[in-house]
Design a protein around this ligand. Structure first.
Ligand code: SF4
Ligand code: SF4
Length: 383
């Protein structure tokens, strides 16, 4: 009788545990798109731009090193925790993709490889904690309090049940920057925008760290509510939520970032001019990944003087917060933020950005200029 549940090799010999996991790993790693991996000609152009490599300094922590490790995994290298410092430390900033002469999209390949590692049970503690917080509590912090505590009972009771537009607040604004959430919704509600009754994390942290199956479950929880409300457009104030809704949600939804919405409605907002000079930090997932460059600048210039950073738009440096790096490698993450702060020009009153994760990471890096979300600037101009 055959060994039920036992795995055997081609010669019918029972496999030991290492062989089983090797086999499992090989099979699953085949799922990474080989063409994207083999397109890399290892020219090293990306070496000069990877912000993580700049801080860490190991070959394995730069884009080319990550691509080589993924190639080795595809070619039979046993997947183990040894690859995590390389593959889990990419912020998915995408600056390498914008420079690669061979047209490789390394953050996409890294995310696919992370998904395979998750399937092989190879994850960092930080990734596991993040996953269980999202799956258990619906937010990336494991918060047990109400996500909409920034709204009064009366405001909650007046939320439209049906609307064409939904404001997706996101975990960071809901729990860490409720004042920004309040200000953003204060503007949006004038246009009939509503909120999800039981908003969950957008699933970005799960997707970026490789928990694809779990991400699908969380996305479905949000989608069910959006369908019920009948909304065709989702407005986000977080760059991570924006790119996730735009590129990962399985349905045709129109997705607008808050700065795009604000730029479209500048006249109705009736903003006053402020005697301020600010600079603007392009969040990677709003800028480089989705090319939203002009809208935030249009809003800022309607209010005050904009003095650009040294590296902007396609060339903007990462704040260091994305891709699970802030949680997994906090020192590296903050060092990236400090490097970004070196790009801030002299004589500015604020660093403005359009993503709460950028606000948080750049603020934590300890510069002497306050970092604020664009909605804060708009709120100042409405007072
Ligand atoms: S990812 Fe692109 S830029 Fe980097 S080594 Fe490969 S081919 Fe060169
Ligand atoms: S996405 Fe950014 S952090 Fe990741 S390999 Fe490319 S340049 Fe480095």
């Amino acid at each position: 009788m055959k060994n039920e549940g036992k795995k055997e090799n081609e010669q019918g010999k029972e496999l030991d545990e290492t062989e089983i996991s090797q086999k499992k790993g090989e099979k699953q790693l085949f799922e990474v798109d080989r063409r994207s991996v083999y397109r890399c000609v290892q020219c090293g152009t990306c070496r000069s731009v990877c912000p993580v490599f700049d801080v860490v300094g190991w070959e394995s922590a730069n884009t080319r090193g990550r691509m080589l490790i993924i190639k080795s995994l595809l070619e039979g290298m046993h997947p183990s925790e040894d690859v995590l410092p390389s593959l889990a430390s990419c912020t998915t900033c995408g600056i390498c993709a914008s420079r690669c002469p061979a047209g490789v999209n390394p953050p996409e390949v890294v995310e696919a490889a992370r998904t395979q590692l998750v399937k092989c049970g190879i994850t960092t503690d930080a990734q596991e904690k993040l996953k269980s917080a999202v799956m258990t509590y619906g937010n990336s912090f494991g918060e047990t309090t109400d996500r909409k505590q920034w709204l009064s009972e009366e405001e909650l009771s007046k939320l439209p049940q049906k609307s064409d537009y939904v404001y997706f607040v996101g975990c960071l604004d809901s729990y860490r920057y409720p004042e920004s959430a309040k200000k953003a919704f204060g503007v949006l509600r004038r246009f009939g925008v509503t909120l999800l009754p039981d908003e969950q994390c957008c699933a970005s942290p799960l997707l970026r760290t490789g928990f694809k199956e779990e991400a699908e479950e969380v996305m479905e929880r949000n989608l069910e509510q959006i369908r019920k409300i009948g909304a065709h457009t989702v407005i986000t104030s977080c760059a991570g939520c924006y790119t996730t809704f735009k590129n990962n949600y399985p349905e045709e939804l129109k997705v607008i970032s808050l700065p795009e919405f604000l730029a479209e409605h500048l006249e109705e907002l009736n903003l006053k001019k402020l005697d301020l000079t600010v600079t603007y930090h392009d969040p990677c997932h709003l800028g480089r990944h989705n090319k939203v460059y002009d809208a935030p600048r249009k809003v800022i210039q309607a209010i005050c003087t904009l003095k650009e950073m040294k590296n902007i738009k396609e060339n903007a440096l990462c704040c260091g917060g994305g891709g699970g790096v802030r949680r997994g490698y906090p020192d590296v993450s903050l060092e990236l933020a400090r490097n970004r702060l070196k790009d801030v020009p002299e004589g500015v009153d604020y660093i403005v950005t359009s993503c709460p994760l950028c606000v948080r990471n750049l603020s934590d890096a300890g510069g002497n200029i306050e970092v604020i979300d664009i909605v804060e600037l708009v709120a100042m101009a409405m007072e």
